[in-house]
Design a protein around this ligand. Sequence first.
Ligand SMILES: Nc1ncnc2c1ncn2[C@@H]1O[C@H](COP(=O)(O)OP(=O)(O)OP(=O)(O)O)[C@@H](O)[C@H]1O
Length: 653
Amino acid sequence: MTQMTGPDMESVDGRRDAINTRYEEYISSYSHHLPMNLQAQDVSYIVAEGMANMWWARLTSLQMPWEWTRGPKRKKRVLNGVSFQVNCGQMLAILGTSGSGKTSLLDVLACRQTSGELTGRITVNGVERTETMIKRHAGYVRQDDRLLPNLTVRESLMFVAHLKLPTSFNKEQIETRVDSVVAELGLRPVYDSKVGGAEIRGISGGERKRVSIATQLLVDPSILLLDEPTSGLDSFTAHHLVETLSTLAKNNRTILLTIHQPRSDIFKLFDLVMILTEGNVAYYGEAAKMIPYFTKLQYPCPEFTNPCDFYVDLCTVDTKTEVTEIESSRRVDSLVKQYSQEMLQNDSGAFVNGAEDEPTRLRRDLEATRLYLPGWFTQWAVLTRRALINNFADYGFLLVQIAESVFMSLVIGVVYLNLQFDQYAMRDRFALMFILGALYPYMMVVDVVGKYHKERWPLYHDLQDGLYTPGPFFWAKLVSEIPEHTLFLILYSVPYYWLSNMQNDALLFFQTFVILFLTAYCCRCVGMAFAAVFPTCQSATTSAQGFFATMLLSGGFIINMDNLFEGMKWLSNVSFLKWSYQSLCLVELPGLNFTCPLPIGTCIHNGSEALKYYSMENIEMWKSCTILGAESIFFLIVFYIALTFISQKPQES
Ligand SMILES: Nc1ncnc2c1ncn2[C@@H]1O[C@H](COP(=O)(O)OP(=O)(O)OP(=O)(O)O)[C@@H](O)[C@H]1O
């Protein structure tokens, strides 16, 4: 292999720079797309049944990591010899009943299949498509959108634009791009409305779909893949949306969408149609030729019947009874066979076979060229801003959290109201220290797991799309949550302090606040780590609660450290609740004197004696705080590793 040197290298660099400039020119001039034809030849996709996840993903779903089966594993042919070609300016609708392989086909085209064996050839302008090429030139709109509910349409689009558009774009250019996409998708009337979601009322379902499409259109992709964009929409909105997609296709884009039995007025908007049945193609061709094709096969569409409904039903195995299953299976097999024979007869070289033209070479060069997309720091800054706005715009959640921290503090304050200095109150002061460090932090774990599970779905897609990497997200999450964490802790730290008659000293109050802050932060990190490791909210909450209970039992209050079973002692050393409890006692107790009304029995005269009585005389404050900090870092590392190596797809979805 010859190595390029000196002038050769310079000319390649010069060429790359020229290509970058051309790409940025192309991306900044909205109406000049690179025309792209997408072609699939004999594409088959086989998966091992029941083993959709890797062993570690199965473990985290509380499933057996390996499957023991007698004989070879059963394989499922999700796609079987699928061939088609969609040219620039055309819209292909992929029809079929549930489970026919529509989503899998889009996943395969978009390089998003997570497992399985893929054969056949997928090309873009005659060149084998690669993940980089698809990421750069195709947009994929999934069935479930991934929009953050508390942001407005404008904010949602601006944040994606800042993450997706090349760094050469200035603020005005970004705004112009967002404006033109908003205009193209008719989103002006809802520009400043909240997106909304399951819990917050926002824009309508159709508008949400259009916002999802808009996020993909920001970089003006040449190919747009949409998985059931009309699902859940009324027929008028669905028609309007497909009309918009048809206009987008006419504007030199290549569009593929999956759809369940569209209305006849929607059907008329498609250029090409494909009917899939159990991974096989039963029809692919011009939409206008579908009825004549099936009529030729002796299946004319009855009068007043929607042709899509009729032909999708015709190509479906009816499993209602054994008789209908046998009969419909025969029919479907015969339709698939007849279609493949038709294909063989008509295969007159309509598919482009590897002929490389100038745009194709340019495309390949573009793929090889590094685009100057926003770097680590920009991603972090955009994500931090987005998270801060999303956190503080979620008034409902914020109010609940505020109420929770004040309420917990008031309850503790009232239970330990105006503690005195007798022997009983001395013991109550220890109990107060323990409950302070355990009650709110427990709620913190549960809240954090719940909140993170709401974020997992958008996060999963953003990471898959390469919108940003786990690193910037991780740091953005840490930074963006500090303000609310501080606010909640201030609210928690005040009421009980005055109600329970703790030492009236500013320094001691501040020290207590710092310990509670660290303890609650450690619990926040525990929550994030468990939420990112476990795929369901329930498994994450249950495991985090179990872990918290273990920390609580070995925390040094429920049982004296000296009496703790030897085998559990190591556990008490990692119990963040123990370090929190002991350091809180160390701050509050030493300056106190206790009365001894009874002349008989053991009497504890002051805080130092009390600490000795509870085996805490050798505790050092700095050590406790360092351990709390170190444990937070440990759980943050677990969180980061989970973010990086475990797919954040929530199992609920
Ligand atoms: N990785 C996988 N492992 C196991 N089975 C899979 C995998 N991917 C797809 N399948 C199976 O392949 C079939 C096709 O799934 P796909 O999601 O593509 O169907 P669909 O036509 O999009 O259905 P729907 O309209 O309900 O979304 C289903 O039976 C599905 O369970």
